[in-house]
Design a protein around this ligand. Structure first.
Ligand code: FES
Length: 162
């Protein structure tokens, strides 16, 4: 469940029952906090570190090592545009520009309403489908600026209808 504003009490339930130094506990709790807030708030990392008895540097180390974690709030919907070589030669930069213009954010940013985060990736392993855009884990291939408009329209329409 998404809770945009972090409060210490918001993760007490996650910390209860965790044993200090338990293998996998740090990773597991970070995953749960990420899922709950869509990022890892600094105060959450401090609290987790204190309560689990692990150095803050270790918590930050894990938080920054894995792409699944973010230290900045992310949008409800994640849009990834592939900028790998195979996608670039087929025009993925134009696709990225179009999405960036439409959402009025640059890669790495999140819309003010917290709905969309725009990211880039170097290869999604689907080069034959390039240019590839992934929205919330769903791949769309052979993208161009026109198709990107339609894709965005559909996603924004779902957001507005929700
Ligand atoms: S370069 Fe885009 S999927 Fe491989």
């Amino acid at each position: 469940m998404f809770q945009p504003v972090f409060e210490v009490s918001g993760i007490e339930d996650l910390l209860d029952g965790r044993k200090d130094g338990e293998a996998g506990s740090l990773m597991a709790i970070l995953e749960e906090v990420q899922a709950r807030y869509r990022y890892l708030p600094k105060d959450a990392l401090i609290l987790i570190s204190e309560r689990m008895g692990v150095p803050l540097s270790q918590a930050y180390g894990v938080a920054t090592f894995y792409n699944a974690f973010s230290l900045k709030p992310k949008g409800r919907h994640i849009i990834n545009v592939c900028l790998g070589t195979a996608c670039i030669v087929r025009g993925s930069r134009r696709v990225l520009e179009r999405i960036s213009d439409r959402l009025e954010i640059r890669p790495g940013e999140t819309t003010e309403d917290g709905e969309f985060t725009l990211e880039t990736v170097n290869c999604l392993g689907a080069c034959a489908l390039g240019p590839v855009v992934v929205v919330d884990g769903t791949y769309s291939g052979q993208m161009n600026a026109f198709k990107a408009d339609n894709l965005l329209r559909a996603v924004i329409g779902e957001v507005e209808a929700a």
